[in-house]
Design a protein around this ligand. Structure first.
Ligand SMILES: Cc1cc2nc3c(=O)[nH]c(=O)nc-3n(C[C@H](O)[C@H](O)[C@H](O)COP(=O)(O)OP(=O)(O)OC[C@H]3O[C@@H](n4cnc5c(N)ncnc54)[C@H](O)[C@@H]3O)c2cc1C
Length: 485
């Protein structure tokens, strides 16, 4: 749809939402042209800033009337281009929907609007002795709506589970503009589970009921410094193999430590080739026992320095370097790609050695930061964008790291989603039949493919072209109105 023809829907949106909630001015639209994947940019056709589910539903219905694609956006911190807008469509931004609607401590749940930040939930319930467990490093900024769409994780998801384990119910606006509720108590298909992690392709979450987790009696955080990543990897395997599930177990290599030092002066032990952060929580007695075990394992694996934090200030000091790691690499490299892949934990040393080999072969530095306990790697592929060909070489290394993940029985994404960035890798992991089956789910929710089209799937297809969606199943498919996604 041309810009000219967007004028009419824009007028309709102004009638529904008010003049101030509709953006068509190119200068203001530019703010929304990318998410955290900054090398993909598209100026949205129209941006709307709704304040309620009813307004979102009304916007979506107008989109259906004009056949306009729409994309939901929370804080735009996504790292796979999931919130990349469409030039011929509407970006629905949830930044005005930031209310915590209710807190029910007795039943350990809170109901929040989709634009509420992850950390704001914890801040709202901390005094009651609770917190919201999934903790992406971006938690000060990213929204719960984005977390739901990406099934986001964080350092503490090893023990407590990902977003999908902490969302009890959702109110959503379906791709045709109805408001419906999905709950974990619903009999029949687990539609709540299908929606979480669907990257905005099955509709827009407008209300989120989250599980609140009781704050643990004791938390102890330990930082262990090793001469190299292999020793750290051995310690991780021995801890988990020994039956201990820490709240978090995170590793950074020498280059990631160098970046963190440059950015936040985290003062990690000098000469460390790798640091391991292990956090234990639970009843005091259990934590004390596990702490003894973890200390012993780290020492036996070669740790040359151990630091222990028992209070929040010391704990924050240990975490500062890890939490800042992604942004920190900007201090040691003009440009970088944040990769996200998963390997079975036991293959970590082998995969890290292969990444190192790739890095040397292509002359591209790679800093490694990862959720070691669940094998979720976050290689940061560094390059100088002023150097001809460096960006291309970095892309090659980045893609080969995903190949390594697949070869070792892992996945092309642990928590950042597929979005636009990784759709091209989907067919390395899944057969055409697998992808067609996934598209059947998409077609059931969104036969016109208006909700965040162009994401996840490598091959755009009409719903009518997906084997298994028979002509006549849906009137829109039959009449040829279903569009590409
Ligand atoms: C420095 C940094 C650190 C990060 N650390 C982590 C980490 O530790 N763990 C992790 O998992 N991720 C991490 N991320 C990635 C990112 O923060 C998460 O994916 C987050 O959930 C995105 O939330 P958002 O509000 O920014 O969503 P956006 O980027 O705005 O959108 C992400 C996706 O969600 C969809 N969406 C947004 N709102 C809704 C809604 N209401 N309904 C339906 N779909 C919606 C969008 O269409 C898009 O597909 C990090 C990012 C950065 C920049």
């Amino acid at each position: 749809m041309s810009t000219m023809t967007l004028q009419e829907p824009a007028r309709r949106f102004e009638e529904l939402l008010g003049h101030g909630a509709v953006i068509t001015d190119p200068v203001r639209l530019r703010t929304y042209e990318c998410d955290g994947l900054t090398h993909h940019r598209v100026m949205p056709g129209i941006v709307v800033l709704p304040e309620s589910a009813e307004q979102i539903a009304a916007v979506v219905r107008v989109c259906n009337e004009y056949g306009l694609p729409f994309v939901a956006r929370g804080a735009g911190t996504g790292l796979s281009g999931g919130a990349l807008p469409r030039a011929d469509g509407v970006l629905i931004v949830t930044s005005k929907m930031r209310r915590i609607l209710s807190v029910d401590a007795a039943n350990r749940r809170a109901v929040v609007e989709p634009g509420v930040t992850n950390l704001a939930i914890t801040e709202a319930v901390r005094d009651l002795g609770y917190y919201y467990a999934p903790d992406p490093s971006s938690q000060q900024v990213c929204t719960i709506g984005g977390n739901v769409a990406e099934n986001s994780g964080g350092a503490h998801c090893l023990k407590y589970g990902f977003t999908v384990n902490h969302v009890l119910a959702l109110e959503i606006v379906t791709p045709d503009g109805d408001i419906v509720e999905l709950s974990d108590g619903d009999p029949g298909y687990d539609l709540l589970g299908a929606f979480i992690g669907s990257e905005g392709t099955l509709g827009i979450a407008t209300k989120v009921t989250v599980r609140l987790t009781r704050a643990p009696e004791t938390v102890t955080t330990l930082l262990a410094a090793f001469k190299d990543i292999e020793q750290g990897g051995q310690a991780v395997s021995a801890v988990i193999g020994g039956g201990i599930v820490p709240a978090a177990i995170e590793m950074m290599d020498a280059l990631a430590i160098e970046a963190a030092e440059a950015a936040v002066a985290c003062a990690y032990p000098e000469g460390a080739g790798a640091v391991l952060i292990v956090e234990l929580d639970g009843p005091a007695e259990e934590v004390a026992h596990q702490f003894g075990e973890v200390t012993r394992i780290c020492e036996e694996s070669g740790a040359f320095e151990l630091r222990i934090a028992d209070d929040p200030a010391e704990r924050a000091a240990i975490w500062r370097g890890r939490k800042s790691a992604f942004a920190a690499v900007g201090r040691i490299s003009p440009a970088y790609i944040v990769q996200d892949g998963v390997v079975p934990r036991t293959t970590l040393p082998e995969v890290l050695a292969s990444i190192d080999r790739l890095s040397r072969e292509h002359g591209i530095r790679v800093a490694n930061v990862f959720h070691a306990g669940d094998g979720n790697l976050h290689p940061l592929v560094l390059f100088d964008d002023a150097e001809p060909g460096a960006g291309e070489r970095a892309e090659i290394v980045s893609g080969k790291i995903l190949d390594l993940c697949i070869e070792h029985g892992g996945s092309i994404t642990g928590e950042h989603g597929v979005g636009v960035d990784k759709s091209r890798y989907m067919s390395r992991m899944f057969s055409d039949e697998d992808l067609d089956t996934m598209q059947l789910v998409r077609c059931a929710f969104d036969p016109r493919a208006l909700s965040n089209p162009g994401k996840i799937f490598p091959t755009p297809r009409l719903c009518g072209e997906v084997p298994g969606v028979r002509k006549g199943v849906h009137p829109l498919v039959e009449s040829g109105q279903a569009e590409h996604f």
